[in-house]
Design a protein around this ligand. Structure first.
Ligand SMILES: Cc1cc2nc3c(=O)[nH]c(=O)nc-3n(C[C@H](O)[C@H](O)[C@H](O)COP(=O)(O)OP(=O)(O)OC[C@H]3O[C@@H](n4cnc5c(N)ncnc54)[C@H](O)[C@@H]3O)c2cc1C
Length: 464
């Protein structure tokens, strides 16, 4: 009889956990995955990436019809919003994709243990009535919404990202607390569907962590679209009266407070790692000051046989980062070499236009002390973007001045999320800006702007 019930037990079935479980099973390991939700797929498939993109995609169509973009191309329509159908197609996307993971578990012989997992010791996890043992355990419990002290989420007047995906009617005034990726994406959805949207951000600029030029330019574009911003502003109180809320805000640096009336408030100030109830101490583990589980480069925690990946460990909270870590951790458990290059993890904001980046920002590249060269190319100079009436945005490439090696690529473009993949691949291969400039790009495509930005690093773009 085997010493353990399973070779590998994964706790959490988000993009980190389900990918780790499938890869472990593919490598011949007896694998189970513990998940407490009704469906597999974690935050990403149930209440994150997928449903938000379903609402962004649908609202983009509505906006194009309502704001005259379609009329400009000779298509005259007066759109009528059918919000229940829009929500139904969101729910359908989630159902199909979460069901797809269940199918993949069956196909790969991964056992789904339904329930909450809590450590009993370093090789045993309690799931409901069952104590399950495994040689290796992967913690992939993800993250949850960070609460704003003193503000209670009721999912009606004060909502988090999950509530903001499901609003039953278009709010008259939506106030978004936090100008990060999730706040801007969901704020854009409801602005497109007719809400007045105000974004309150503590910092002096939106999109922390993004390149400075990108942050400034995207702020201008969002303003043009009708989003209102209160930057360098902190929310000090939110009071709910019936179906309305009153926010008290004041300058971050101090000053006279003012109030804002809203009928929905979205709290999107960040996410925190999920470790509550895991009984980490019973396995000999603890979290760091940020509540994360520390790991080494191979995803090992400080306890032999326990590994951790995804949002619960340090690094950007992104689904594709979690997925790549899922593959790598399974490879490492199976005795292979699993590596994730954390210097090349793309970030995308799925607004209109999309905002994307990979590698160092210009600010971070300058901070390294090395000399850098920067090439920029506006989407206005790109024939496809111009033809499609998508003039906003640019591509920016940051390269080392001596070696010409590409250090970072940033773009604002309608299909920026797709364009950034080639930049990530180039950087994985250690490309120079010259390599990109001399790579033949199909015409007419938005991606030609990446080639032109690379040529701009050498000071010689053609179309500007
Ligand atoms: C609105 C929104 C939009 C987003 N959009 C994007 C996007 O477009 N692109 C992107 O890359 N990222 C996006 N993200 C972030 C992305 O969802 C996360 O980075 C990703 O889901 C993290 O994956 P994970 O596997 O680490 O954890 P999660 O997806 O959070 O999954 C963890 C799972 O573990 C389960 N769990 C936790 N504790 C236990 C326990 N003790 N026992 C059993 N089960 C447990 C949870 O129920 C959950 O299902 C978005 C997030 C939100 C909220």
């Amino acid at each position: 009889m085997a010493e353990y019930d399973y070779d590998v037990l994964v706790i959490g079935s988000g993009p980190g956990g389900y990918v780790a479980a499938i890869r472990a099973a593919q490598l011949g390991l007896r694998t189970a995955c513990v998940e407490s939700r009704e469906t597999l797929g974690g935050t990403c498939l149930n209440v994150g990436c997928i449903p938000s993109k379903a609402m962004l995609h649908a609202s983009e169509y509505f906006d194009a019809a309502a704001n005259g973009a379609m009329a400009k191309m000779g298509i005259k329509v007066t759109p009528e919003l059918d919000l229940p159908t829009m929500h139904a197609q969101r729910q359908d996307a989630v159902k199909q994709l979460t069901g797809g993971i269940e199918y993949l578990f069956k196909k790969n012989k991964v056992t789904w243990l339904k329930g909450r997992g809590a450590f009993v010791d370093a090789h045993t996890v309690q799931v409901g009535e069952q104590a399950v043992t495994a040689k290796d355990i992967v913690i992939a419990t993800g993250s949850s919404v960070t609460a704003l002290p003193g503000v209670t989420i009721d999912q009606k007047v004060i909502v988090d990202s999950t509530g903001a995906l499901e609003l039953a009617r278009v709010p008259e005034h939506l106030v978004v607390i936090g100008g990060g990726v999730i706040g801007l994406e969901l704020g854009s959805v409801w602005r497109r569907l007719g809400a007045k949207v105000t974004v309150v951000e503590y910092l002096d600029q939106i999109l922390p962590g993004f390149d400075g030029d990108v942050r400034k330019e995207s702020n201008k574009i969002f303003k043009k679209q009708g989003l209102e911003f209160k930057l360098s502003t902190k929310v000090t109180a939110v009071a709910v009266n019936g179906d309305k809320a009153t926010l008290t805000v004041e300058p971050a640096a101090g000053g006279a407070p003012e109030t804002i009336e809203a009928d929905v408030v979205l709290v999107s100030i960040g996410r925190r790692p999920n470790t509550d109830g895991l009984a980490l101490e019973k396995a000999g583990l603890a979290t760091n000051q940020r509540g994360q589980i520390e790991i080494d480069h191979s995803f090992k925690t400080s306890v032999a046989g326990i590994w951790a990946i995804g949002d619960v460990v340090p690094g950007p909270m992104l689904a594709h980062k979690a997925e790549d870590e899922g593959i790598a951790v399974a490879d490492n458990i199976a005795g292979r070499t699993g590596i994730v290059n954390h210097d090349v993890i793309p970030s995308v904001v799925y607004t209109w236009p999309e905002i994307a980046g990979v590698g160092l920002t210009e600010e971070a590249a300058r901070e390294t002390g090395s000399e850098i060269k920067v090439g920029k190319f506006p989407m206005l100079g790109n024939s496809r973007a111009k033809t499609n009436h998508e003039p906003d945005g640019f591509v920016k490439i940051i390269a080392d001045a001596k070696s010409d090696r590409v250090l970072g690529v940033w773009c604002i473009a309608s299909v920026g999320g797709t364009m950034i993949a080639q930049a990530a691949q180039a950087m994985e291969f250690g490309a120079t800006s010259e390599d990109i400039a001399y790579t033949c790009h199909a015409h007419p495509t938005h991606s030609e702007a990446i080639k032109e930005a690379a040529m701009a690093v050498q000071g010689k773009p053609i179309h500007i």
